[in-house]
Structures are given as structure tokens and as C-alpha cells.
Design a protein around this ligand. Structure first.
Ligand SMILES: *Cc1c(COP(=O)(O)O)cnc(C)c1O
Length: 466
């Protein structure tokens, strides 16, 4: 399988190249040159596979010749071995035609682990074949940093340094990062905001001599390998509910559009997906687009579901590319226009095409709290604020009668104990393996918002390990 950029100006790469590069050189996002198609017989043959075996089967065409199937299967088994639930991604029935698929049984209790655990092992495998090392740097306001750290800790070909805004993350989120004491992990608290951290990250990559010397790499949500690793759970849910002989719908609490894009990819590969529902909080740019073709940027407002507090959903560019029949010039123009004017121009005809599959729904904070309470009263289910939005979206936008909808449950309720307690008066407890999180020793350094200081810190960590 070969990969092309959505903006058409970057060299074609294979899966390993796309994994290591992340973003394409022309600022575009990598897309598979063609979509693998599975027949009804292919889907049926996957029924009954364990989740890791299913994941390897579904990812195999994307990985192509970069990694042998046996090695990929081994990677998938290792990636999901540490999950707390034997089914890895259990389905919970909430109503006759409504299910939640729990994607939060991994080490950091959020769905980011589903892809990140695979990614750490993919990196390690590809780097071993090239006898190379990388330094992964990232900036986080919460979930992504801890998932990346858990995925990379103690991998001998990777050093990882994560920047977070000092005293501006939740205590659970900070401790999920800073209590990982592996020698290849560096946590840097920046005296500044999340935006300052992101600017520092960009500056690290823009310093080409430093980037080359350190072999910098990133694992942010535009990395195609992350999307590929998120497709299998849609397949697993659909097969469990009767696909390919029955349609299903999916509802996804959405931020960067990565998770729901994976659902769209599964549909493109032949899975019978009747409808995709985008759940958003008050940061509702995608829902405004789906309701009335209004994709205009607005300031980001904090909410009870912080992982969806996003205005520019980077992975939307991939859908746009498909919508424009893979025309890279039209895609690049639309993205340039969006950056320049704050508004995305999509023709009515194209908008109607999106609407044949995608539906939008928004829920503000009081609505989210009410939904958490309603769910708990109705069936005893405890949903975190992100998952509650997905479930509410599924109920608000039901597909044709008899088609089941699966709402993605993206975080464990114990990750957001205050919101849950406020809604239902119960404080959810962390799973046993994290019960002592608040008592574990931490390691992180506090640095000023200064590029030279961060570069010196990264260089020192890498120097100790090379
Ligand atoms: C990252 C995240 C999301 C949003 O997923 P995208 O792929 O960015 O759309 C939703 N819920 C939780 C808990 C997350 O961590």
C-alpha cells in the first residue's frame, strides 16, 4: 500500500514512511492511494476472531509490505494484552437498538490507548529493522500525552518528551504522565498555556539542525497509523450486531475528527454503515457545518468534555479530500481559504453528499450533566461526559427503524470524577491498577516558556540513553 498527500506535493510513501513522518512535507495529510475492499464473505470470515486477530486482519492491507502479517499479529496481541477487559472493546446494551462500545479499558482509561498502544510497537518494529532511534516530542493538554508515554515507556529505540502546561492539567491527567519513571520518558511542565506548549513544539520541529540531530518524530492525531488502528473496533461492533447481513450506525463524540474518520473508512471498505453521528459540545463547528453548511471558526470554550474542546478538526481535511474526489489542488485551496478567512467554503452539492452519511448533534454542559443522570437512572450506566454526548447524539439522530446504533464510550468515568459526582452524587473509583496513582512518586521538570531551555532538556535525556 502506498500513501499520497491530500495536498499532492509530497513524495509517495509506504506505511513505515507514513508512520515515521506523521505530517506530509507539503503540510497535507497522508491517505492510502486506494481503499482496500472487503467482501461480505471476507467480513463473515472475521466473525469470532479475538480482537487482536481481528485488528491484524483489518490493518493488514494498510500496513502492506512494511510489516509481515505474523509480526503485525504479534504486535496487536501485545498491544491489547494489558487491557482490563477480556473482550478489549466490550459492547454494553443500553436500549433495544442502542449500544455503547467501551474503548477505555487501556492503561490511561481513554480511547487514545486503542491506537497508541499499537503505535508504540509499530515504531519499535520499524526502527529495529532500520537500526534507528527516534525522539518523540509532543504537547498535551491532557489525554494524548499520557497515552503516548504509556505506549513508549521502556522501548529502547524511542525517547519521548511531553510538554504540558504547568499547573493547568487535571491532577489525574498530570500524574498519569509524571509517575511513569522509565529512563526514556521526560515530562516537562512549561510555565505557560497549552498554546505556548504547542508553539514550542512547532519551534522544535522548525529548528532543522536540532530536528535532524535528535531524529524528532510525532504521534499526533493526524498520523495515519493512528486512524488505521482505530478502524478494527468499528468492524468488531458491526460484526457482533449482525454485519455484513445487517446495517449499523455509529455515534462518536468528536474533537479532531480522527475517531469518526476511522468509522467512515470502515464504511468505505465495505462495512454496511447506515449513518455516522458527530457529537459535539458547545465547541460545535462540525455540527454547525452538518446542520447548515456553516464551518466557521469560533473561540474555543472550556467544557465538561475537554478532549472535544477543539475548533479546527485536523482530520476533516481527509474527508474533504474524498469529497473533492481526491483533487489535491481543490483540497489545498479550501484549507488555505479556511486558514485565511476562518470559514470553509463547501458547495451545496458537496454538502448534501456529506449529509447522506453524517449527522450532527450538540450538547452543552447542563445537557451533558442531565444525560449522565438520565442514563444512570434509566439503566444504571455510568458514562463520562464525552461518552454521554455520544450516547445522547445516538438517541437524537436514530437511523432507520431496527438499525442498531453503537455510541463510542471514549473515556472511563473515573477520569472525570467531578462531573460524575455533580450529576449522580457518586464518585467513581479508579480501577485497582491505578488506585495508588495519587501516592506514586512523580518526576517532571518545570521550565520557562523558552525554546533553548526545552532543547537542552531534550538533548540531555537523549544523550543519557544513546
Ligand atoms: C481524543 C478524545 C475524543 C475526540 O476524538 P477525536 O479523534 O479527536 O475526534 C473524544 N473523547 C475522548 C475521551 C478523547 O480523549
Amino acid at each position: 500500500m502506498r500513501y499520497i498527500s491530500t495536498r499532492g506535493q509530497a513524495p509517495v510513501r509506504d506505511f513505515a514512511g507514513v508512520l515515521l513522518a506523521g505530517l506530509a512535507e507539503d503540510g497535507g495529510l497522508f491517505m492510502p492511494e486506494s481503499w482496500p475492499l472487503f467482501s461480505a464473505a471476507d467480513w463473515r470470515a472475521m466473525r469470532g476472531l479475538s480482537y487482536p486477530d481481528l485488528a491484524a486482519r483489518v490493518m493488514c492491507p494498510f500496513v502492506g509490505r512494511s510489516i509481515a502479517f505474523e509480526a503485525l499479529t504479534k504486535i496487536c496481541h501485545e498491544a491489547y494484552a494489558g487491557f482490563d477487559h477480556p473482550a478489549v472493546v466490550p459492547l454494553v446494551q443500553l436500549e433495544t437498538h442502542l449500544f455503547a462500545q467501551e474503548l477505555f479499558h487501556g492503561p490511561t482509561l481513554a480511547f487514545k490507548d486503542m491506537a497508541m498502544q499499537v503505535l508504540g510497537l509499530l515504531f519499535q518494529h520499524v526502527l529495529a529493522e532500520r537500526n534507528a532511534r527516534v525522539t518523540i516530542v509532543g504537547a498535551t493538554s491532557g489525554d494524548t500525552g499520557s497515552a503516548a508515554i504509556e505506549a513508549c515507556a521502556n522501548r529502547d529505540r524511542i525517547d519521548i518528551v511531553i510538554l504540558h502546561p504547568h499547573a493547568r492539567t487535571s491532577l489525574v491527567q498530570r500524574r498519569q504522565m509524571t509517575t511513569v519513571l522509565a529512563p526514556n520518558v521526560g515530562n516537562v511542565a512549561i510555565e505557560g498555556t497549552f498554546d505556548d506548549c504547542q508553539d514550542l513544539l512547532k519551534a522544535l520541529f522548525a529548528d532543522v539542525p536540532f530536528r535532524t540531530e535528535m531524529s524528532l518524530s510525532a504521534v499526533n492525531s493526524i498520523n495515519w497509523a493512528r486512524i488505521a488502528a482505530q478502524i478494527p473496533y468499528y468492524v468488531a461492533a458491526a460484526l457482533a450486531l449482525g454485519a455484513p447481513d445487517r446495517e449499523v450506525a455509529f455515534s462518536v463524540p468528536t474533537g479532531n475528527f480522527g475517531n469518526i474518520l476511522a468509522a467512515w473508512a470502515a464504511r468505505r471498505m465495505g462495512l454496511p454503515v447506515a449513518r455516522l453521528i458527530v457529537g459535539s459540545n458547545r465547541n460545535d463547528i462540525l455540527t454547525r457545518f452538518l446542520e447548515r453548511n456553516d464551518m466557521s471558526m469560533a473561540p474555543v470554550e472550556p467544557s465538561l468534555s475537554p478532549s472535544m474542546d477543539i475548533q479546527v478538526s485536523s482530520n476533516f481535511e481527509r474527508l474533504l479530500f474524498e469529497l473533492f474526489d481526491r483533487d489535491p489542488v481543490a483540497t489545498a485551496d479550501a484549507m488555505r481559504g479556511f486558514r485565511a478567512t476562518g470559514r470553509m467554503a463547501v458547495s451545496d452539492a458537496d454538502w448534501h453528499r456529506v449529509r447522506t452519511v453524517f449527522h450532527g448533534f450538540r450538547l452543552d454542559d447542563p445537557g451533558t450533566t442531565a444525560e449522565i443522570r438520565r442514563l444512570h437512572d434509566a439503566c444504571g450506566y455510568l458514562a463520562d461526559p464525552h461518552s454521554a454526548i455520544g450516547i445522547a447524539a445516538a438517541r437524537a439522530q436514530p437511523p432507520a427503524h431496527g438499525v442498531p446504533t453503537v455510541a463510542m464510550a471514549t473515556a472511563h468515568p473515573a477520569k472525570f470524577p467531578d462531573a460524575i459526582e455533580q450529576a449522580v452524587g457518586i464518585r467513581p473509583v479508579l480501577p485497582p491498577r491505578l488506585a495508588d496513582l495519587m501516592a506514586r512518586p512523580e518526576r517532571f521538570v518545570v521550565l520557562p516558556n523558552d525554546l533553548a531551555a526545552v532543547e537542552a532538556n531534550v538533548r540531555a535525556l537523549v544523550g543519557r540513553n544513546r
